[in-house]
Design a protein around this ligand. Sequence first.
Ligand code: PNS
Length: 167
Amino acid sequence: MKDNLIKTVLYPGSFDPVTNGHLDLIERACRLFDRVIVGVAVNIDKNPLFTTEERIALLENCCSELPNARVVSFNGLLVDALTRFQANAVLRGLRAFSDFEYELQMALMNRSLKEECETIFMMPTPQNSFVSSRMAKEVARFNGDFAQYVPTPVVAAIKNKIKAGLL
Ligand code: PNS
């Protein structure tokens, strides 16, 4: 048997914070692959609401029932993280057609940086197809019912940020 068959995927993202859509994808991936490494990007351009440690802690809490999921952080290029964590492929979620252009560009850029870097796309359930961290935070900021878009531990964490005047 070939030893480069996909066993471990790296699912990278900002996860600021993890949403039901992210969790949906992680759960699906955990059923398909031996190991799912959720990689929290440290050096994101956006000004994150949650620190890297908070984003990791929330993900760890949400993934506690998934024995083959592991949460890590990474700095620098994704292709280097792929090597560091011995992952065979990158996993990304594709929600809508609008995601496609950015995702295609990123997948091709990563492949041009590292020839063997393959990206696998998975779709969340339609109920989660429009959910994003950015929109969940915006709904929360304007007092809307954001709890339906994020896992339970994240609801409390966002409420704390609102109380602290950070959102
Ligand atoms: O959740 P996001 O914000 O869509 O995730 C984007 C992320 C973090 C996966 C992407 O920006 C990334 O891979 N950053 C690491 C730096 C890198 O490798 N850039 C070159 C490829 S585009």
